[in-house]
Design a protein around this ligand. Structure first.
Ligand code: ATP
Ligand code: MG
Length: 260
């Protein structure tokens, strides 16, 4: 059963068709880079995957649960880092994560170990007692990731996890994602085994990040899938992703500012 399955998914905002009948599925353990120029429809698609935005047409199943008819189960199977994480600035880091664990429906006894684990995995131990509003952007992004993984969901949807971070923080977040997609406690080579790996779909504009951590690339342009291919075949023969990306996007693109 695919971890994520998307059929004929569309979203219209007034006269703007932001997502125009896309189809794809993601197998358990895959790490998919979801790419596309500004306004391509990445965030809109991710909001529909996670059940936060109703589609105008089409459907989504997460680990076999339909986001519409079986929304609660679908949402439980997902960890979501939105473009703007819904942090509660007045709460402490650990207090906020305990709160998230509760609203995700985790049983009381399971929350404390889950919060400790998320704090450890996201490198938040030094600031666990701090009030969120006093922390830097990089730490707040880590808290965003921690709230996405706290209930140990099989599927992670990460909308630009490294946006606004400095190069060192970007590398740390990348390391964290690599770790998440390997079984707990295993060396990263264990990723290959496919056992207990989390499925990840992440959007980013940093192509080196995609080259470093993704198995596969889905490129959308003006709401349609322009490319869906494994990273290995895209970069065969030493081709850079940037080259592939600009070739696919350049095609028949209207001048900037033109109506789509
Ligand atoms: N709530 C909304 N109301 C109206 N239009 C919207 C809304 N949300 C998104 N759009 C439009 O839908 C299109 C796709 O936007 P979306 O945010 O999904 O793009 P994106 O690929 O995430 O871009 P970026 O790389 O800039 O984050 C854009 O034309 C945007 O203006
Ligand atoms: Mg976006």
């Amino acid at each position: 059963m695919p971890a994520i399955s998307v059929q004929d998914l569309s979203k219209r905002f007034g006269s703007v068709l932001a997502v125009d009948g896309i189809n794809f599925s993601v197998e358990p353990g895959e790490v998919v880079g979801f790419l596309g120029p500004n306004g391509a429809g990445k965030t809109t698609t991710m909001r529909m995957l996670t059940g936060y935005l109703p589609p105008s047409n089409g459907s989504v199943q997460i680990a076999g649960h339909d986001t519409f008819s079986d929304g609660l189960a679908a949402r439980k199977a997902i960890g979501y880092l939105p473009e703007t994480p819904p942090l509660h600035p007045e709460m402490s880091v650990s207090g906020y994560l305990r709160y998230v664990a509760a609203i995700k429906g985790m049983p009381r006894a399971a929350r404390k170990p889950a919060v400790s684990r998320a704090i450890a995995r996201c490198g938040l131990a030094d600031v666990a007692g701090r009030v969120i509003s006093t922390l830097s952007k990089g730490y707040r992004q880590r808290i965003g990731l921690a709230q996405a993984i706290v209930h140990d969901p099989p599927v992670l949807v990460l909308d630009e996890p490294s946006v606004g971070l400095d190069p060192i923080q970007i590398r740390e977040i990348r390391g964290l994602i690599e770790e998440l997609t390997a079984p707990l406690g295993a060396p990263s080579s264990a990723r290959e085994s496919g056992v207990d790996r989390q499925t990840v779909i992440l959007s980013t504009h940093i192509l080196s990040e995609v080259e470093a951590i993704c198995d596969r690339v889905i490129l959308i342009d003006r709401g349609v899938v322009a490319l869906d291919e494994s990273l290995a075949s895209l970069t065969a023969g030493g081709r850079r992703l940037e080259e592939v990306f600009s070739q696919v996007i350049a095609g028949d693109r209207p001048p900037a500012g033109a109506a789509s």
